[in-house]
Each structure stands twice: as structure tokens, then as C-alpha cells.
Design a protein around this ligand. Structure first.
Ligand code: HEM
Length: 348
């Protein structure tokens, strides 16, 4: 894929010099090793992420998250963001937390076979490319160089929606992710949908704009819950403010817990802050258990996402009076209310 290496020296702070390369498709990258990613990028764009922020985007991101959690700073439970959830799919998809991921592994398997990357590089590159198709997303970083996974992760390492905030924060701390990063990572639920928590309404999103990587999740999870959108209360589900929208117990509690409520409220209506915090936290998540010193920064291969065009809002019928405020010291930004009656949120 590399056509020629042009020695374009870029002087960086500290006077170190790096050399850019021009790949055969005419794109300039900071490191020639990154050129090999362009055929995979094109394949993903044509054959998996062929519309912005689609179901494969959500499912690949979900898969990458579950893969990343297969690690502990104390060692011994898995290789983290190493693609083991694909390499050892026959084992890891028997874990209760991963049974719903069989389908997406089937979707990505032919793409993996057409390229020459480790399963970990494939998965975490695909997740970054997928996020970048969502309007409003930050441009994720991507580091190349994960060795092929050597062993499956253990079961039980991914938090459940019914877990306590203490248990959730402890599990993330064990992969080196702090509470502020946990809150920022939950921006992923702005483009997510639910299939298993309440199976009678498959595809029910967690906010009113599942096709946009925005801050609505942070606003809408703070609205007072009044109904169950499906067949009543399920494990891990709590009252939702809107018909058609599922609310996870974990999102609800993280938004209200004294350790995380202010971090959550700071992201309400603040797209720029959400983007920068998600980008940083997702960088960490995508390299859990990896030796980043041996990896090459190929972030410049990731496309630049389209901006979000709709300003943050309260859904129809809601105002700041409907917010359950667990952090009075943080001011809510002024948000206008969409006109009309309260909506029934469409499945994603
Ligand atoms: C507190 C930790 C978390 C819990 C308890 C949690 C729980 C859940 C649950 C229960 C679902 C619905 C799954 C289904 O029914 O199909 C879901 C969906 C999803 N989650 Fe999370 N999650 C957490 C953190 C994250 C993080 C850190 C990410 C990524 C950065 C993420 C990305 C997603 C995505 C993309 C989906 C949608 C999958 C789809 O549409 O098929 N989650 N999550």
C-alpha cells in the first residue's frame, strides 16, 4: 500500500523529528506502517459501516468494550484489548455477558479474513472507524500493534446494568479507568440500543437521538422516570421518562451517585467537553493490557466525524423542572424544549 516515503520532517515541540509517508491512495500519514490500514478502512466503510452510525457500528463498539474489560492490573484474567473475544469466540461467547455478541462476530469474521491484522488491531480499529461515522463523535485515536491474543479472558469481567456503582467503579479501576473516564465513556450509550434487558422492545435506544453521538444521554438519564417502556421492570432496568426509551439502572445510578453525579452533570449539553473526555477515555479503553510503547500511532487514518448540527435540548414536554439534580453546585446549561407532545422514541 505504501507508494513512496517522502521525508517531510515535522518539527515537534522538543525538537524531535518524525517523517511522514504518502500512501498509494495519496493520503499522508505520520508513520508509513499506517498505510496498510487504508484497504481495511475502505472495506469497513463499504461492507459494514455503509450508513452512518448504523447497527454494526453499535455492535462493534459494544464488542470492543467487552474485549477491553477482559483484563486486570493484577494480571491473570485476560489480555485486555487484544481481540480475544474474536480469537477465542467459541469460549468467550459462552459467557453470559457475551452471548448476544455472536452475531457481530459473524459479521466481522469475513472482513478479518480479507486482511492481515491481529484480531485485536482489527477490532479496535473497526470500533474507532465506526464511532467516526456517528455525527457529533470525537475523532478517536488508534494505536496499531496488538499481538494476536494468546488466551481467552475470564467470565464476569464486564459490569452488569444491575451492579452497584461501587462494583462498577472498582471493575473499571481494575483496568486503569477512573470514575471521570467511566462517565465520559458512557457517552457511547448516546448511540446505543437495548436488545436483552427488555427483549419485548428490541432496539430501544437509551436516548432520543441514537444516530447522533451527542450529550442527550446525559440530559435524558437525569429526567424523572415515570414508566417502563416494555413489559415492566426487568433486571438492570429502571423507570424511563419516555415511551420507547430504555433506561439502564447503571446509567441511572451513576448519574445520581455522589462520586459521579457532578461529572455526569458537567456533560449535560456540553458537546465539546463530552467529545474531549470521551476521546481520551476511549484511547485508554482501546489499549487495556497492551504495551503502548511498542505500538504505532495511526490516529491520522481515522476519518474526521461530521459535526452534530442539532443543539442539545429537552425532549418535548420536559424542562429543567423535570431534572433530578444530584449536583446543585454544577449549573445546568440553558436548554430549549422541542415543540410538541412527549414522543414515543423509535427503535434504533
Ligand atoms: C457501566 C458500565 C456499562 C454497563 C453496565 C453497560 C450496560 C449495557 C447494556 C445492558 C446494554 C444493552 C445490551 C443489549 O441489551 O443488547 C448496553 C449496550 C451498549 N453499550 Fe453499554 N454498558 C456499560 C458501559 C459501556 C461502555 C464503556 C461502552 C463503550 C465505550 C458501551 C457501549 C455500548 C454500546 C455501543 C451498546 C449498544 C449495543 C447495540 O446497540 O447492539 N457500554 N450496555
Amino acid at each position: 500500500m505504501l507508494m513512496k516515503i517522502k521525508t517531510l520532517p515535522f518539527l515537534l515541540a522538543g525538537f524531535s523529528t518524525v517523517f511522514a509517508a504518502i500512501c498509494s491512495n495519496g493520503k499522508t500519514v505520520g508513520n508509513a506502517a499506517c498505510c496498510q490500514l487504508f484497504p481495511l478502512l475502505a472495506d469497513l466503510q463499504e461492507n459494514l459501516f455503509d450508513s452512518p452510525c448504523n447497527e454494526p457500528v453499535r455492535e462493534v463498539l459494544h464488542l470492543a468494550f467487552h474485549d477491553a474489560m477482559g483484563f486486570s492490573i493484577r494480571g491473570g484474567v485476560g489480555g485486555g484489548s487484544d481481540g480475544s473475544i474474536i480469537t477465542f469466540a467459541s469460549i468467550e461467547t459462552t459467557f453470559p455477558e457475551n452471548t448476544a455478541l455472536v452475531g457481530v462476530i459473524g459479521w466481522v469474521t469475513p472482513l478479518i479474513a480479507r486482511h492481515n491484522f491481529s484480531d485485536g488491531d482489527f477490532l479496535h480499529f473497526a470500533a474507532a472507524v465506526g464511532i467516526a461515522t456517528c455525527p457529533g463523535a470525537p475523532r478517536p485515536n488508534f494505536l496499531l500493534g496488538r499481538p494476536q491474543a494468546r488466551a481467552p479472558a475470564e467470565s464476569g469481567l464486564v459490569p452488569n446494568a444491575s451492579d452497584s456503582v461501587t462494583a462498577i467503579l472498582a471493575r473499571f479501576a481494575d483496568v486503569n479507568i477512573n470514575p471521570s473516564e467511566v462517565v465520559a465513556l458512557l457517552a457511547a450509550h448516546s448511540v446505543a440500543a437495548d436488545y436483552d434487558t427488555d427483549p419485548v422492545i428490541p432496539g430501544a435506544p437509551f436516548d432520543t437521538t441514537p444516530g447522533i453521538f451527542d450529550t442527550q444521554i446525559f440530559t435524558e438519564v437525569l429526567l424523572r422516570g415515570v414508566l417502563f417502556p416494555g413489559n415492566g421492570s426487568n433486571v438492570g432496568e429502571v423507570l424511563s421518562p419516555l415511551r420507547g426509551e430504555v433506561r439502564l439502572q447503571s446509567d441511572f445510578e451513576i448519574a445520581r451517585d455522589s462520586r459521579t453525579a457532578c461529572l455526569w452533570k458537567e456533560l449535560v449539553g456540553n458537546q465539546a467537553r463530552m467529545q474531549s473526555q470521551f476521546k481520551a477515555a476511549f484511547s485508554s479503553l482501546s489499549v487495556t493490557g497492551q504495551n503502548t510503547a511498542a505500538m504505532v500511532d495511526c490516529s491520522d487514518v481515522i476519518p474526521i466525524p461530521a459535526p452534530v448540527t442539532v443543539p442539545p435540548f429537552f425532549p418535548q414536554g420536559f424542562t429543567s423542572a423535570d431534572i433530578e439534580d444530584f449536583c446543585p453546585s454544577v449549573q445546568l446549561p440553558p436548554l430549549s424544549t422541542l415543540p410538541g407532545p412527549a414522543p414515543i422514541v423509535d427503535s434504533a
